[in-house]
Write a protein that binds this ligand. Structure first.
Ligand SMILES: NC(=O)c1ccc[n+]([C@@H]2O[C@H](COP(=O)([O-])OP(=O)(O)OC[C@H]3O[C@@H](n4cnc5c(N)ncnc54)[C@H](OP(=O)(O)O)[C@@H]3O)[C@@H](O)[C@H]2O)c1
Length: 285
């Protein structure tokens, strides 16, 4: 049985939708924190077994992962420990293959905090003794409006110096994750890089936004202290600022610049461009 965690979220939900096109619902189960949530109920209505599982409550996982042959662990909390618990539970449940959603730039030396956390989980995966695939997903394109920040509203992008980012559509990454669960030999290596075909910097994103909205967006480079102060003044909790400044440091260092053809090969077409994703997102506002 294939078990998918994070199925109430955007990525995990899209993975289950793709799986249902190729696998009978009775061969799928989802592990969710709240089986009574609307998203979980919709899955149950489609015949998918819904089980309660929370990585921070290890006692829930033996039942959540029972009869697992393959488990997709969608990264959730910003901490490797709950993911280590989930990896261990999948092995104990008898799974033969764990697929994990990591991130491009995964490395203990990354400037970007989540990439360092994924590196710790990749180490845990490496010691399981079973087949593992850590999907090195490109930066979610849906995060681009958030990283553009208040500039989307004010017309002035006030951000630190940056570098190119391979913004990648979650819908495309979901297809790749479904393939990793059903036809794993189509992905190469244990840490497959899955990215869009281009990496763009903030100047290029500003041009795209200007084109899509018909409103000129200007770009001002500010230093990290100023950026941090403006984020906090705009309501972002202080605790999140290292992730934001880390994003720009990593981008400047080229950590998000790599593009790879594997995702296009899996999809059988070009991955969605950031232009498309941004146009949809901005139209929805
Ligand atoms: N690559 C990027 O640029 C990027 C950007 C954003 C996020 N991410 C990462 O990618 C993941 C998937 O993205 P997404 O957009 O699908 O996020 P999302 O919509 O927020 O979904 C996250 C999922 O993780 C589940 N979860 C959270 N804590 C958990 C726990 N303790 N135990 C078990 N499940 C837990 C959530 O369950 P509930 O529904 O119960 O909350 C939800 O189903 C995120 O969680 C994050 O780690 C990456």
């Amino acid at each position: 049985m294939i078990i998918v965690t994070g199925a109430t979220g955007q990525l995990g939900g899209a993975v289950v939708a793709h799986l249902l096109e190729h696998v009978p619902a009775r061969e799928l189960a989802v592990s969710v924190r709240d089986p009574r949530s609307d998203a979980a109920r919709r899955l149950a209505d489609r015949g998918v077994q819904v089980r309660r599982g929370d990585f921070t409550e290890p006692a829930t996982l033996p039942t959540a992962f029972a009869d697992a042959s393959r488990v997709l662990i969608v990264s959730g909390p910003a901490d490797p420990e709950p993911h280590r618990v989930a990896v261990e539970a999948a092995v104990t449940a008898g799974a033969g293959h764990i697929v994990y959603t990591a991130h491009m730039a995964t490395s203990p030396d990354s400037h970007f905090g989540p990439a360092r956390q994924h590196a710790a989980t990749e180490q845990d995966l490496a010691t399981t003794g079973i087949a593992t695939t850590s999907l090195r997903n490109g930066f979610h394109a849906s995060s681009a409006p958030f990283m553009l920040g208040a500039g989307l509203r004010t017309g002035e992008l006030r951000l630190p110096a940056d570098g190119p980012v391979a913004w990648t559509a979650q819908a495309d990454l979901a297809v790749a994750a479904a393939i990793a669960l059903t036809d794993p030999d189509r992905l190469h290596g244990t840490t497959p890089p899955l990215t869009a075909s281009r990496a763009l910097d903030m100047d290029e994103l500003a041009e795209i936004v200007s084109r899509v909205t018909g409103r000129t967006l200007t770009r001002t480079v500010i230093d990290e202290d100023e950026y941090r102060a403006e984020l906090v003044a705009g309501g972002l909790p202080e605790a999140f600022t290292p992730m934001m400044t880390g994003f720009f440091a990593a981008a400047r260092d080229g950590e998000f610049a790599t593009v790879d053809p594997m995702l296009a090969d899996l999809l059988g077409r070009e991955p969605r461009s950031i232009e498309d994703v941004l146009a949809d997102a901005l139209r929805a506002h």
